[in-house]
Design a protein around this ligand. Structure first.
Ligand code: KIV
Ligand code: ZN
Length: 513
């Protein structure tokens, strides 16, 4: 029997995923997450869109320098300046790919690019040729492919293969496709593009109709050899195809697809958790594969069945996707070695200096609370990554609140070694803290979401606050963790403000060019 096909997994969490409102990450966080993707064994990491901003350029360069294993990819429009910039950012990578795109659908041709069909082909061919002067690995995407006339799409694809494209990515940019039809589109490309054997067909599906994974799988069944996806399915608007769902569908139903991936599925859950803690974007409880309820059996009949014979109601085992069967707890007597081991299992790659700093904070926390859980360790390390791009730090906080007093907060923030203290009143202690922070930083925001939860079980649990604020019409998230929930609230708010300031300093991507 012929071997199963291995589908290439192209992760775009750091590029399309980061286009989710509120999902912005700083350079440290991106490099940290790219290390986790390498451990997950993805084949390609799309690390950003280098021309888009200095921050994106630094991210692609930083990942290219630091992360070994996967191919590192950078996105570029079909413009010389984009391609040159992408090549520059990718230069340190051992294996690099330039991903050029050009919209092909009638609606994009007429209203966005204002170009005729022949001009689109010419631009695309020139772009691929130029990209090939920097690397042999060039991917081309006809943007909005699923709404492009099939014959024209085939003409574009044949021309870019001739120009040197090695991967042809077929994006369902607006999430319009339906599985049967999308599979037929891929089959048509395989049948009608004469030189298609010289390239790999890839797909990139958006989830506007909730069909991104179904469309990706239909494409695999029709012969696609690469799937583009993101952890937790984050991405522009309703998101992209979720990596964990695509990978586990191929693994669980290999009988149907006769295909698999090289993903180390036991790294799926830690990678999903890492993304959640970096971005503050939580997954819904019933999310397939990684949601809290994905393996929870509530109905008595189901519980009985699973106890009698697991496969009665479980098609995958939680341990196959890295969900720990029992939670390991550390305490103040746990040594450096146990801590280091746990940090590695959670998917982090830290320098010795970062590890020692995290260990000191772990010991300080273990002095305050008896049991230190994985979530506490994640919070310590994430706070370190966040502070790496920090502008202001919270160095003092006092609040007065109660039935017969006006809630008042006195806050001290430090920036470049200089302390600034201010006080404010509010509707409650958190509101007062937020007003004081706004007064000191001079950054005005509107709070659009505030969530507080206990990070772990137990009355000594740390409080985790996740906020979303709006500044100049854009959303930014921040997260804070502390045993005192008012302080956690202040930390979360300040983290969001620091992200805004990093944008203003040019470290963050403005709207896609
Ligand atoms: O959705 C899309 O079309 C894209 C392309 C740049 C591949 O993200
Ligand atoms: Zn996309």
């Amino acid at each position: 029997m012929a071997d199963k096909r291995t589908i290439t997994i192209f992760d775009t969490t750091l590029r399309d995923g980061e286009q989710s409102p509120g999902a912005s990450m700083n350079l440290n966080e991106k490099v940290q997450f790219a290390h986790a993707l390498a451990k997950l064994n993805v084949d390609v990491i799309e690390a950003g869109f280098p021309i888009a901003s200095p921050g994106d350029f630094e991210a692609v360069r930083g990942v290219s320098e630091a992360v070994a294993g996967p191919i590192i990819c950078g996105l570029a429009r079909s413009l010389e300046k984009d391609i040159v910039r992408a090549a520059e950012a990718l230069a340190p990578a051992a294996r690099r790919r330039i991903h050029v795109f050009c919209a092909t659908s009638e609606i994009h041709r007429n209203h966005k690019l204002k170009k005729k069909k022949e001009q689109i082909i010419e631009m695309s061919v020139q772009a691929v040729r130029l990209a090939r002067t920097f690397t042999d690995d060039v991917e081309f995407s006809p943007e909005d492919a699923s709404r492009t006339e099939w014959d024209f799409l085939n003409d574009v694809l044949a021309a870019v293969i001739e120009a040197g494209a090695t991967t042809l990515n077929i994006p369902d940019t607006v999430g319009y496709a339906i599985p049967e039809q999308f599979g037929a589109l891929i089959r048509n490309i395989r049948d009608k593009v004469p030189n298609i054997d010289k390239a790999v067909i890839s797909v990139h599906c958006h989830n506007d109709l909730g069909l991104a994974v179904a469309n990706s799988l239909a494409a695999v069944a029709a012969g696609a050899g690469q799937v583009e996806c993101t952890i937790n399915g984050i991405g522009e608007r309703a998101g992209n195809a979720s990596l964990e769902e695509v990978v586990m569908a191929l693994r669980t139903r290999g009988d149907v697809f006769d295909a698999d991936t090289g993903i180390d599925t036991r790294r799926i859950y830690p990678t999903s958790r890492l993304l959640t803690s970096i971005t503050g974007l939580t997954v819904q409880r019933n999310k397939a594969i990684v949601g809290d309820n994905a393996f929870a059996h509530e109905a008595g009949i189901h519980q009985h069945g699973v106890l009698a014979h697991r496969e009665t109601y479980e098609i995958m085992r939680p341990e196959d996707v890295g969900i720990p069967s029992n939670k390991l707890v550390l305490g103040k007597h746990s040594g450096h070695h146990a801590f280091r081991d746990r940090v590695a299992t959670l998917g982090y790659v830290l320098t010795d200096e970062e590890m020692n700093a995290a260990f000191d904070q772990f010991i300080a926390l273990a002095d305050k609370k008896k049991n230190v859980y994985d979530e506490d360790i994640e919070a310590i390390i994430d706070a370190q990554s966040e502070t790496a791009g920090e502008v202001w730090t919270l160095t003092g906080l006092q609040t007065i609140a109660g039935d017969s007093t006006t809630p008042t907060a006195t806050v001290t923030l430090t920036r470049e070694g200089e302390d600034r203290t201010d006080a404010a009143i509010g509707d409650g202690p958190v509101d007062a803290v937020y007003s004081a922070i706004q007064r000191i930083t001079g950054v005005t925001v509107t709070l659009s979401d505030y969530q507080l939860r206990a990070l772990t079980g137990g009355t000594d649990a740390q409080g985790e606050v996740s906020v979303e604020v709006v500044h100049d019409g854009r959303k930014f998230r921040g997260r804070g963790v502390h045993t005192d929930v008012v302080e956690a609230s202040g930390l979360a708010y300040l983290a969001a403000i620091n992200r805004i300031l990093t944008v203003q300093n040019g470290h963050y991507r403005p709207a896609q060019p």
